[in-house]
Design a protein around this ligand. Sequence first.
Ligand SMILES: [Zn+2]
Length: 177
Amino acid sequence: MGINPASTKTKVGEIARVCIYCGSSNRLLLDHFIPKSITKSDRFTVQACHACNFSKRNQHPKLWYFRHFSFKSEWNSILADVGLTESEIDAWMTPPPEQCFLRTKLPELMKSRGLDQKTLAGETGLSPTTVGKLYRSHFDRIDNHTVTTLCKYFGLRKLDDLIEIIWEEDDIEGRQV
Ligand SMILES: [Zn+2]
């Protein structure tokens, strides 16, 4: 992975003899440049000494490197060896939020027309229970008929005028364990 022909560290078919980070040849190990807990694979492995590997653990590689080494000019050659750009690293290190739920816009739509739940149910033929659940966004499923009835009733052209997806950002720092 990430073999740079110009590199003396990881040429094809050659075993790297020095730590990609500090240049030490002491107790070399395979280091997951992007933590394995994130890639769930052995992608982006590099040779690193035990000390660097142990110190870096699951940290953002750039933040860790810049905290530990004064020879920051080496960073670009490390990137070339690994075969990643900085934005690719950031994309890996910031997993997309996983918590989300669907929210209906019924409260706003009904308010704009001065409708209560009972009136909406009566005028659309939907059951008051269904309307109530959608109003509070407490639903596990929503069927074709309900969606099209509401879109027709409110004159909505796009699904996201009726339903939106809400993403909840996790504490990303807290997840890099
Ligand atoms: Zn090292």
